[in-house]
Design a protein around this ligand. Structure first.
Ligand code: NAP
Length: 420
């Protein structure tokens, strides 16, 4: 959405920078904290290592020492490949999650037996993972094997093509996990192969995809991944009859929602919520302090935030998009480098995203409270028969303090022409 299409007005007076150029701060703790220090030299192979293809319960790569013996289900060479790719995935998790760029890790294993090195991408404008690792490897990259979580890029952005950097450094073999789906950057594997580098793709692809699930989604579909968050009573209300809505859920659920915000590039509310609730829509840590890097706050609707409201306080970049077209909103945000959008309501905006079939995930906080009156989480969807109910699959269910948190995946609707 260009500014000609709708009135897109920045209301952030403190910072006029594009969100993609915002300071790089990794707000959310990552599994990469398992790596011991900033030092990126991987320890020597240890005896008695666990099976290298074992992932932790949260599907993160375990910080497994490099095995030097075959395991029951992998060859020695395959086991080493898996273990080094796990290290690369762990390194990738160190990247900032809301950055416009993907999180990528790279481990270079020299042929001369010297210590492997690990690099990772720290966000837009900084060295890519391969460049970071190559810088540390120096001459030992000649004849080495590089393990990369995303296919090395073939395009020149703010840094040169990673495929070329690997070729120039004399790397003999490249193993990557996930193919790069972006039109601009793909083709690195082919380029490497054309220059005589041995290339293998797809190793631990599922685990590597999980690290970049929203970035890959936006690269593949051309729009950000959309998470819809609701916080309701047991009877589905988001506010009481008098309009009061603070607080439906308890402090643990609200802290959890702040962690969710920290993973997103933009937080959306409709004009109604902006005007009625005067929300801050910032990410705060457990002490209540603002974290360094804030998602873009977006108000959707013709009415913008009131002057003097919290959304105009400059604590985070804020944008008012004077439109009702949610698809346009996503196109606009994609253009700003946002790959994960959090829709925080209210009911009218939520319904608009559901009607357009633009919700990829729902995170519903359910409070053990009943109101009996007040607005529901979702405005009228035009559904009159139970047969037409929007169905979802529960993918996770847990208690957060006194509240339940349910994660769900909506079923995609058949195209209109296929529905009777
Ligand atoms: N408990 C919770 O988690 C939670 C979260 C959010 C909100 N709420 C509650 O929700 C209530 C507000 O409900 P609401 O429905 O007014 O909120 P809303 O969905 O935030 O805002 C509705 C307004 O957004 C604009 N809008 C944007 N896209 C639209 C579209 N596609 N179609 C129609 N209008 C669109 C319209 O304003 P314009 O006429 O200006 O264009 C519309 O009046 C409040 O009581 C609030 O407390 C609760």
């Amino acid at each position: 959405m260009s500014s000609q299409d709708v009135s897109s007005r920045r209301v952030d007076h403190a910072s006029q920078r594009r969100v993609v150029d915002a300071a790089i701060v990794d707000a959310a703790p990552t599994g990469a904290d398992l790596l011991d220090t900033e030092s990126s030299v991987v320890g020597s192979p240890a005896p008695d290592t666990p099976a290298p293809d074992t992932l932790g319960p949260d599907n993160t790569a375990s910080d497994t020492p490099v095995p030097d013996t075959p395991t029951s289900d992998t060859s020695a060479a395959g086991g080493r490949d898996v273990a080094f790719m796990e290290l690369a995935i762990t390194a990738a998790r160190r990247g900032p999650v809301m950055d416009p760029n993907p999180r990528v890790g790279c481990v270079i294993v020299p042929a001369d037996g010297s210590a492997p090195v690990t690099g990772w991408h720290r966000g837009a404008g900084t060295a890519h993972a391969e460049a970071d690792a190559l810088r540390q490897a120096g001459d030992s990259a000649r004849g080495a094997t590089a393990y990369v979580t995303l296919e090395p890029c073939a395009h020149t952005g703010r840094t040169g093509p990673c495929a070329d950097a690997l070729i120039c450094a004399g790397v003999a073999r490249v193993v990557y996990a996930v193919a790069d789906p972006s039109a601009a950057a793909s083709g690195g594997a082919r380029r490497l192969a054309e220059h005589g580098v041995s290339v293998q793709g797809g190793l631990l692809a599922d685990a590597a995809r999980e690290v970049n699930r929203t970035w890959l989604h936006s690269a593949e579909l051309g729009r950000p991944f959309v998470t819809l968050k609701t916080a309701t009573t047991l009877d589905g209300r988001v506010a009481a009859a008098d309009g009061s809505s603070r607080w439906i859920t308890g402090p643990e659920a609200r802290a959890d929602a702040h962690r969710l915000r920290a993973e997103c590039g933009a937080i959306l509310v409709g004009s109604g919520t902006a005007l009625i609730d005067d929300p801050g829509l910032t990410v705060r840590d457990e002490s209540g302090a603002l974290v360094g890097r804030q998602p873009l706050r977006v108000v959707v609707g013709h009415r913008g935030p009131r002057p003097g409201s919290r959304l105009t306080d400059g604590s985070a970049p804020t944008e008012h998009l004077a439109t009702h077209d949610v698809r346009e909103v996503l196109t606009h945000l994609q253009g700003r480098g946002v790959h994960h959008v959090l829709v925080e309501g209210g009911p009218t905006l939520t319904a608009a995203f559901l009607r357009a079939d633009l919700v990829d995930e729902v995170i519903a906080y359910l409070a053990p409270a009943i109101l009996g009156a007040g607005p529901a989480a979702v405005a009228d969807l035009g559904i009159v028969s139970i047969d037409d109910a929007r169905r979802l699959t529960i993918t996770d269910l847990r208690l957060v303090g006194a509240d339940a948190r349910i994660t769900l995946r909506p079923h995609r609707r058949a195209p209109l022409e296929e529905r009777s």
